[in-house]
Write a protein of this length. Structure first.
Length: 239
């Protein structure tokens, strides 16, 4: 590493630590190094021939419920075996040092909480819960049908074409417009409305820093794009 980029990194560390109301936005890349595959990566083995974008829809569940439930059962197992990594722990430490920090995640795996973060807003639900596809009553797996209305149970996550949980969405937009620094980690920034959060920050003049090994639609407009992984960058920046 050359002296100039070391100096820039040091400058970034100072800015992040000085932030009074930081917000961290996380996506599937945050969990990749814990062993949970991202959505846009090729899926492995059994599921290689299915496009996650076509499984994560109400239409897929209505047409092929067992296929969708089997995919979720496979992913639930990956999540249960996965462990938070140094990047998750760095964010938990950051919250301990700065209790105003928010983590706003698109992930459904609960990994931030397992690492010790408390102020986590979950935009896309949780894979370890079920809810009724008809009346939205929450249920514990492995029940098969909803006790209240007899409707089919499905993972308590947000599929394409479905609304995000209203309160989480409201909290997320509020946190971002009140933030003095936004850090976007491991998201392709393609899926709405989550992809609008860093846009709102940029429009409000809030500095945005992005950690992602690949460029995204955001990368050439953020204040700093840090090409690399969550577990490599976060402990250096904020732990
Ligand atoms: C690393 C790394 C490492 C790798 N370290 N980084 C046209 C225009 C605009 C919007 C729409 C449109 N057509 C349809 C829409 C709406 C639609 C949408 O946005 N579609 C786009 C694809 C175009 N959105 C919706 O439907 C949303 N609802 C909605 O809009 O409601 C209003 C409405 C309702 C009805 C009618 C009309 C409007 C709902 C979206 C729900 C998304 N759900 C999923 C599944 C969740 C459940 C589950 O887990 O199964 O959420 S899809 C999937 O994408 C999942 C993710 O949370 C989400 C985002 O993905 P993410 O996190 O960015 O992951 P990847 O895989 O895309 O990227 C990983 C990144 O990590 C990459 O960049 C890597 O480089 C990087 N990476 N390793 C750091 N180690
Ligand atoms: Zn029901």
């Amino acid at each position: 590493r050359d002296v100039a980029s070391e100096a820039m990194n040091q400058h970034l560390v100072t800015r992040l630590r000085a932030a009074r109301r930081p917000v961290v936005l996380t996506g599937a890349g945050m969990s990749a190094e814990s062993g949970v595959p991202t959505f846009r990566e090729a899926q492995s083995g059994l599921w290689a021939r299915f496009d996650p974008m076509e499984l994560a829809t109400p239409e897929a569940f209505e047409r092929h419920p067992q296929r969708v439930l089997d995919w979720y059962a496979w992913r639930r197992e990956l999540v249960a075996r996965a462990k938070p990594h140094a990047g998750h722990r760095a964010l938990a430490h950051w919250e301990a040092a700065n209790p105003a920090l928010w983590v706003i995640t698109q992930n459904v795996d609960g990994m931030h909480q397992r690492a010790g973060s408390h102020r986590v807003v979950e935009l896309h639900g949780r894979i370890d819960r079920d809810r009724c596809h008809h009346c939205a009553a929450v249920a514990e797996p492995p029940a098969k049908a909803c006790a209240r209305c007899g409707g089919p149970l499905r993972p308590d996550v947000v599929w394409f074409g479905e609304m995000l949980p209203e309160q989480a969405l409201r909290q997320a937009f509020q946190a971002v417009v009140e933030a003095d620094l936004v850090l976007s980690v491991g998201t392709s920034t393609l899926v709405q409305p989550a992809a609008s959060l860093p846009e709102e920050a940029l429009a409000a003049g809030v500095p945005v820093v992005e950690i992602n090994p690949e460029a995204t639609p955001l990368s050439d407009r953020v204040d700093h794009w840090l090409p690399g992984t969550a577990s490599a960058w976060l402990p250096r920046l904020v732990a």
